[in-house]
Design a protein around this ligand. Structure first.
Ligand SMILES: *Cc1c(COP(=O)(O)O)cnc(C)c1O
Length: 221
């Protein structure tokens, strides 16, 4: 792994472009969200200087403080979201990737917000990272579509352990098809992290969420 931030960012950008070309896709249709959870604000400012405009965070209020420091960036909330924190997160997040249950949709309704439905692709036992079971997703999509302010953009998932990432992301594609049957414009697919973004791009990811491959290791929480 190159040890300079700019080198690592460039290396990932080149790998993203190569994965896109291998899948006969235009690299320009893939948004790389740099995941900066646990990282200091100085690192975020350096990434911003390097041209990064999409940041992913997973915890409130850490995310709030960082978003306040860089309000012109696009802030993606990608972590599990407690219902009682939803309205606070909606004040600074531009996109919430982790909407996975009716109570959360109710809590977010009325906000001006892009929403992705997080899908749990695990076989039965949840990985503890949240997500709606695939069968529950169409009804959730209907609920978001009917909610004032919320824009249903698509689906998000983390590949579960023990399943090849390509298999998981193919399954996510089928769930995405069902969401588009409800909301044809909900064509974002948020999938792929440092270890599996090439598989996600091959499966149609429009938004990849890359942490350590760009930032280096996360400081201990
Ligand atoms: C931390 C995290 C990422 C980034 O993970 P890396 O392996 O560091 O790239 C992506 N998505 C979610 C939901 C995360 O929590």
């Amino acid at each position: 792994m190159p040890d300079d931030l700019a080198d690592r960012l460039r290396a990932v950008q080149q790998r993203v472009a190569a994965a896109a070309r291998a899948a006969h896709r235009d690299p320009a249709e893939i948004t790389t969200i740099v995941v900066t959870k646990f990282q200091p604000i100085e690192l975020i400012l350096r990434l911003h200087d390097l041209g990064v405009r999409d940041f992913g965070e997973s915890r409130h209020p850490e995310a709030r403080d960082k978003a306040a420091a860089l309000p012109d960036a696009t802030w993606h909330f990608i972590g599990q979201l407690q219902t009682n924190k939803a309205r606070q997160v909606a004040r600074y997040a531009d996109v919430v990737h982790s909407v996975d249950r009716p109570e959360l949709v109710e809590a977010l309704a009325g906000r001006d917000l892009d929403v992705l439905l997080q899908v749990d692709l695990g076989a039965g036992e949840s990985a503890g990272r949240g997500g709606a079971r695939p069968g529950a997703v169409p009804a959730l999509a209907e609920q978001v579509r009917a909610a004032e302010g919320l824009r249903l953009r698509g689906v998000m998932a983390v590949a579960p352990l023990g399943v090849p990432a390509a298999t998981a992301f193919t399954a996510l594609g089928f769930v995405a098809d069902r969401v588009r049957a409800v909301a044809p414009s909900a064509d974002w697919l948020s999938a792929g992290m440092s270890g599996d973004f090439a598989e996600a791009i091959a499966a149609g990811a429009t938004h990849i969420r890359i942490g350590t491959a760009i930032t280096g290791p996360r400081p201990a929480a």
